[in-house]
Design a protein around this ligand. Structure first.
Ligand SMILES: *Cc1c(COP(=O)(O)O)cnc(C)c1O
Length: 420
């Protein structure tokens, strides 16, 4: 959010009134869905110019590369975040994998926490390892341990803003200071807090990755992801991107990402999904604030229930991360919380009794969703891996939706009573 002139209008106004890159020929007030694959040109010379980036305002050529509807989503994300470059992709995992395909290379290492979204952990630990990229899992609650794990071959520091399901917050500001002295970029998955609640550039984040499936999609309408580049990192000494020509320096990451990596990987977002997500952007803050307020109320409420042995929500006084949460996050820290019951059997029983809260894996739908992470999201990991990842079998994850909070409380009380 550090771009000049950025704060002139409020967050919602800027997103809702965000202009199209080119005026619509019919004056459509909402961006049409350009679901075509290809774009035609009036001459051989003009199509050659478009392919060779010779125009000031590049034309679209093929939807795997760019598309007007996708570009409109990217513009709204730029406006919301203050990022210099945004790349929308087919999923959050596409955003994460494309980011590391751009940063890492054989012999490089990535420093991160073992407390990660399951597929991200799997990608780093298993997939990338087979290509000669080492991931060093350290306790990111300890900035010295993070520093000690880095060396000349470290291509990125990575973490999630609030880990799921542990609900931990790393001291990003302290870590970013150390990383920047060592000329290592800071990459953060901020899926759990959208741009109205977290100002990534202010705390030293260079590259942000987001699953737009969650808050942005406007109620679980579609799958998507985004990579945001704040233009804050000087890549000239970077192990891989230092070699990018002709623009190595502040834009090297997005240059390589957009011109090589995402094209080759091909995980383009569907224009239909991009259209739904651009609409979702217009109600993002409204939904985030409402759901987060309910989440805070429910977290406090759960903390008073005798059957609940522990509640994790970073705004609670009981959270060791409260100070960092209050510092980094504006307002309530999101609509996800986790809590423990006495056993796995109690968790199953509780889940089965719910009538308003749905049994599903996702976050930030308009509907409240509950899941038992150990047996589902982490269900195929070995007991040893679950221990490394810190996954307990007595833990439930609740993603709070937009239902009336009184009805959610009543649903929870009913399910707790069934435990006897
Ligand atoms: C959901 C999620 C992802 C993956 O996003 P998809 O859109 O499902 O690919 C990555 N990171 C976090 C923190 C998530 O919650």
């Amino acid at each position: 959010m550090s771009q000049e002139g950025y704060n002139e209008e409020g967050f919602d106004t800027r997103i809702i009134n965000n202009r199209f890159a080119k005026p619509d020929v019919h004056g459509a007030i909402g961006m049409p869905v350009y679901r075509n694959a290809a774009f035609e040109f009036p001459s051989a010379e003009s199509i050659a110019a478009a392919f060779q980036y010779q125009e000031d305002s590049p034309s679209h050529t093929y939807t795997r590369i760019t598309n007007p509807t996708v570009e409109n989503l990217e513009q709204k994300i730029k406006t919301a975040s203050g990022a210099q470059q945004v790349q929308a992709l087919a999923s959050g995992m596409a955003a994460i994998t494309n980011t590391f395909m751009c940063l890492a290379s054989a012999g490089a290492n990535i420093v991160t926490s073992p407390h990660l979204f399951g597929n991200t952990f799997s990608f780093l630990k298993f997939t990338l390892a087979e290509f000669g990229v080492e991931t060093r899992f350290v306790d990111t609650n300890n900035p010295e341990a993070v520093a000690a794990a880095t060396d000349d071959n470290t291509c990125a520091f990575f973490c999630e803003l609030i880990t799921n399901p542990h609900m931990e917050i790393a001291d990003l500001e302290a870590i970013a200071k150390i990383m920047h002295i060592r000329r290592i970029p800071v990459v953060v998955d901020t899926t759990v807090i959208p741009w109205c609640g977290f100002d990534a550039a202010k705390w030293g984040v260079d590259i942000e990755v987001v699953s737009t499936t969650k808050y942005v999609s406007g109620g679980a309408t579609s799958i998507g992801g985004a990579i945001l580049d704040y233009g804050t990192f000087d890549w000239s000494a970077h192990r891989r991107l230092g070699k990018v020509k002709p623009t190595a320096g502040m834009s090297a990451f997005s240059f390589k990402l957009k011109r090589e990596i995402t094209r080759n990987m091909g995980a383009a977002i569907d224009p239909e999904a991009a259209s739904l997500q651009a609409l979702g952007m217009e109600t993002l803050k409204l939904r985030f604030e409402q759901a987060s307020q309910s989440a805070y109320e429910l977290a406090s409420f759960l903390g008073q229930q005798s059957r609940v042995t522990k509640v994790n929500y970073t705004k609670l006084d009981s959270s060791p991360y409260k100070a960092l949460s209050d510092k980094f996050v504006t307002g309530n820290p999101g609509a996800m919380l986790t809590f423990n019951l006495e056993s796995k059997a109690a968790c199953y029983r509780f889940i089965d009794e719910l009538q308003v809260i749905r049994r599903a894996t996702n976050l930030f739908d308009n509907k409240s969703l509950i899941i038992h992470p150990e047996s589902t999201i982490y269900g195929t990991f070995s007991p040893e891996m679950k221990a490394v990842m810190g996954i307990e079998d007595s833990l439930l994850r609740l993603s709070v939706g937009l239902e009336d909070v009184g009805d959610l409380k009543a649903d929870i009380v009913r399910a707790l009573l069934s435990l006897g």
